[in-house]
Design a protein around this ligand. Structure first.
Ligand SMILES: [Zn+2]
Length: 165
């Protein structure tokens, strides 16, 4: 009878769970692992690498192409398709909010709270509008129709588009 012994230091594919030792080694990564697990996502190397670029303090608005560029600069070898998939998984899990500025241009927002945006058309940049809460602003919009029977307003998205004056 032969005994099967797993190789101890075999290269791990990108989509495997990271080891417990890796968790202990880096507090920021450990926090991210915990965050992913809390929302039901396995902490794979890809998710940790991209999550590390996204969630490091300040709120960000990034397109998939921007994040892909950052990943390449950081030496993370991923395809644009993988970046897209990961961003959509994060969005479905509630870690990101998708802001569609126009067809073919959407941003992923690390600030998932209700808020509105300024969009600077000259340099394709989104900026959070602070101040009155989205609910207050939505209430202030004159003539906002009541939701049809059997529905409720899930949220109101407002993008105020700016051009350099
Ligand atoms: Zn935002």
């Amino acid at each position: 009878m032969t005994q099967i012994v797993a190789p101890s230091n075999a290269a791990q594919p990108l989509d495997t769970d990271v080891s417990e030792e890796a968790m202990a080694a880096n507090p920021a990564e450990a926090a991210l692992i915990e965050r992913l697990r809390t929302v039901g996502l396995r902490p794979t190397r890809q998710r940790l690498a991209l999550g590390g670029l996204l969630f490091h303090g300040e709120d960000r608005h990034v397109t998939a192409e921007q994040l892909h560029g950052e990943a390449l600069t950081a030496g993370i070898r991923v395809s644009v398709a993988t970046v897209y998939n990961t961003l959509h998984q994060f969005t479905e899990a509630g870690l990101l909010r998708e802001v569609v500025v126009e067809a073919g241009r959407c941003y992923f927002d690390t600030n998932t709270s209700e808020h509105f945006h300024f969009f600077f058309e000259d340099d394709a940049r989104l900026m959070d509008i602070h101040g009155p809460s989205a609910n207050v602003l939505a209430d202030a919009i004159p003539g906002l129709p009541d939701a049809p029977d059997g529905t409720r307003v899930e949220r109101v998205d407002v993008i105020i588009r700016l051009k350099r004056a």
